[in-house]
Design a protein around this ligand. Structure first.
Ligand code: GLN
Length: 270
């Protein structure tokens, strides 16, 4: 049954994840029970999941779960599916925080809460504010914080800098939408099922990054950092936006595939 599904999907890992979801079991179970017969009910549920995957639905939406950093997160179609390359943004954020100092951190467009939860769980003294324009996404992020028992996290609904009104932070991070609106990939594969508002951002993909770069200084402490993810071909544009706005120590970091992935700068003016 598993082998046939793996062949249909062309991905054994996908078939395994869907079978374990239908069984309500975790991965370890499969090793001990690989040869067990499976109930009719489970077979029917598994078959339905495989058919939906074959029709293109992302595995993470079918199982409702995705691992990110050290955390297992709930994800729904209201949230982007966290990507492994976004862990670079978490690493760069953690390098700028002292684990036992009470720094204020804001994560703009938190989605499932992946970045905010990773930072908050690594830095229990940090006070993290996670924002999103989508109430449905924030509900998912709240459930994740509750289930994972991460307490040093607050939530606020609104567009980019709006929920930060009257507040300043040592660090602002974001994985905003940055795909060009006309990019054909948006109509292909898993991206078709993810919220367009979390993926695409105007003709050159930089509309939301422009707003974040322009607005963040009003909410950064002196010497505070802004760090954001972007596309592999947007490093130079991101650095130019940061420099023109007056940030210093502007840099771009590359992901494990040696592609430009995160840029940032420091706001030196109090
Ligand atoms: N990295 C994602 C992709 O290209 C896009 C995520 C985003 O827009 N923030 O699939």
């Amino acid at each position: 049954m598993l082998r046939a599904a793996a062949n249909r999907l062309g991905e054994r890992a996908d078939a395994e994840a869907l079978l374990l979801h239908a069984l309500g079991q975790s991965r370890g179970w499969l090793f001990a029970h690989a040869d067990d017969a499976v109930d009719m009910e489970v077979q029917t549920a598994f078959e339905a999941l495989v058919a939906r995957r074959e029709a293109g639905e992302p595995v993470a939406y079918l199982t409702g779960r995705r691992g990110f950093w050290t955390l297992e997160l709930e994800v729904t179609p209201a949230t982007l599916i966290p990507r492994p390359e976004t862990e670079l943004l978490v690493e760069l954020a953690l390098e700028r925080l002292t684990r036992d100092a009470a720094a204020g951190v804001a994560d703009l467009g938190t989605g499932s809460g992946a970045i905010a939860l990773a930072i908050a769980s690594e830095c229990p003294q940090a006070q993290v504010l996670a924002t999103d324009a989508s109430a449905d996404a924030l509900a998912v992020a709240r459930r994740n914080a509750q289930r994972l028992g991460v307490g040093n996290l607050r939530f606020a609904q609104g567009d980019w800098l709006a929920p930060l009104a009257g507040q300043r932070f040592a660090l602002i991070v974001s994985n905003p939408p940055y795909i060009e609106a006309a990019d054909p990939h948006l109509a292909q594969g898993d991206l078709r099922f993810e919220p367009a508002s979390a993926l695409a951002s105007g003709a050159d993909g930089l509309d939301d990054i422009r707003r974040i770069v322009a607005g963040a200084p009003g909410h950064l402490d002196a010497d505070g950092w802004l760090l954001f993810e972007h596309g592999w071909n947007q490093g130079a544009a991101a650095r130019a936006l940061l420099r023109e706005a007056g940030y210093v120590q502007v840099f771009t970091a590359q992901d494990l595939e040696a592609r430009d992935r995160v840029s940032g700068g420091r706001w030196a003016i109090p």
